[in-house]
Design a protein around this ligand. Structure first.
Ligand code: PMP
Ligand code: GLU
Length: 407
């Protein structure tokens, strides 16, 4: 049967597929054909959900938590988030400002659709997380990309932000620690951003803090802690990364009251509340021991160090040491001249293709994150797999190098 774009909306035809999910699907398809792939495309903890959280979910099933919950989530769960915000960020919010959704992904799109009008501009520090661009497009707004320099660990400077602001700027959207660069902004750096923003009171900030627990130095800092930012910041967070709960699909937004209300209105029309059982599990996660999270963080740190070291010195590999999250994001544009199948590798998407075919390692091209000179490799894999992936990448590149020099 031929494909019938007739039925597909312009909105979807124009939308890019999520490159992280697309690479993960390709890698799964190859694995199903019996081709062994080391999948470093998807940023997903390979740990299982901690036992005390699973036990809470089992109890919830037994106790018949099987009905619709309030759209924003159970009151006690939202209260747990209020406690977390006040305790950790010094931000006193009420439960009406907290909205739970089906993953931080939904929290983000809820907020964007609640705030943006067609033609509004969104400041997008790059590298940015892949889905921000698609979400901005779905909201019919315009992304204004501000690229951080690799020499500055990919962090965007306040003067770069200021230079990109126009009368149409409505929102600033970023993650810290950052997926994909691993950059984690310090309080002083966020203070400098806040100083710029205080001169532009019409800009709302969406701070994606889903990697807050996967930070390898210092403590987590949020822009909401900065002077004048509490009434104009939305903090998005979730259970996927810090609690190894990707499949449970739970995220939350903490927002000024009218934005929280708008998110509830939207969500009430298309997904209602997220799963009742997952919410009971999230309550156990947020109010229980953090020991498993800290253990996972230590494992992620060791993996980062191991993988980072294993690839140091490789031809054309320029990679800042990530301060958080679980990705390496090297600049690899020096590889573009290397020959493969009769022509130069050319661009990052072809490099990702080459690594998949020749090294059997799945990665994601930097284009998806606003940095076409780069490549993203997830470090959320076992140490053995990471070492093997590094060995294979090295061999594949060194072979190309030999051909290049001979040719
Ligand atoms: N923000 C960032 C920066 C992420 O890396 C992810 C991971 N997919 C998400 C949001 C969404 O997470 P989830 O929907 O699994 O909660
Ligand atoms: N956050 C992960 C990543 O960036 C999961 C994939 C996704 O949700 O797109 O790879």
């Amino acid at each position: 049967m031929t494909k019938a774009p007739f039925w597909t909306s312009k909105r979807v035809l124009e939308l890019e597929e999520s490159q992280t999910l697309a690479m993960a699907a390709r890698s799964r398809a190859l694995a199903e054909q019996g081709i062994e792939i080391i999948n470093l495309s998807l940023g997903e903890p390979d740990f299982d959900t901690p036992d005390h959280i699973k036990a809470a979910a089992c109890r919830a099933v037994e106790d018949n938590y099987s009905h619709y919950t309030p759209v924003a989530g159970y009151a006690d769960l939202r209260q747990a988030v209020c406690h977390k915000m006040s305790h950790e960020l010094g931000w006193n919010v009420g439960p009406a400002q907290v909205v739970f959704s089906t993953g931080a992904k939904q929290s983000l799109i809820n907020v964007l659709l609640s705030v943006l009008n067609p033609g509004d501009e969104v400041l997008l520090p790059a590298p940015y997380w892949v889905s921000y661009a698609g979400m901005i497009q779905m909201a019919e707004a315009k992304a204004v990309v501000v690229v951080g320099s690799p020499a500055n660990g990919y962090k965007v400077l306040p003067e770069q932000l200021e230079a990109a602001i126009t009368p149409k700027t409505r929102l600033l959207l970023y993650s810290s620690p950052c997926n994909p660069s691993g950059a984690a902004y310090h309080a002083e750096e966020l203070g400098a951003w806040a100083e710029v923003l205080r001169r532009h009171p019409g800009i709302l900030v969406v701070s994606d803090e889903i990697y807050e627990h996967i930070r390898f130095e210092g403590t987590h800092a949020s822009i909401v802690q900065q002077e004048g930012m509490k009434d104009r910041t939305v903090v998005v967070n979730g259970m996927s990364k810090g609690y190894a709960m990707t499949g449970w699909r739970l995220g939350f937004a903490v927002a000024p009251p009218e934005i929280a209300e708008a998110c509830v209105k939207l969500q009430g029309q298309y997904t209602s509340a997220t799963c009742s059982i997952a919410q009971r599990a999230a309550l156990a996660a947020l109010s229980g021991t953090m020991e498993p999270t800290y253990r996972m963080r230590e494992a992620f740190r060791q993996r980062r160090d191991l993988f980072y070291q294993a690839l140091q010195g490789l031809y054309g590999w320029e990679c800042p040491l990530p301060q958080g999250a679980f990705y390496l994001f090297p600049r690899i544009s020096d590889w573009f001249n290397l020959p493969w199948r009769g022509e130069p590798l050319g661009h990052a998407e072809r490099v990702a293709e080459f690594l998949l075919e020749e090294a059997r390692v799945a990665t994601v091209a930097g284009d998806a994150f606003g940095c076409p000179d780069c490549l993203r490799l997830s470090t959320a894999s076992s140490e053995d797999k990471l070492l093997e992936a590094a060995r294979r990448i090295r061999t594949a590149i060194e072979e190309r190098l030999v051909e290049h020099r001979v040719g």
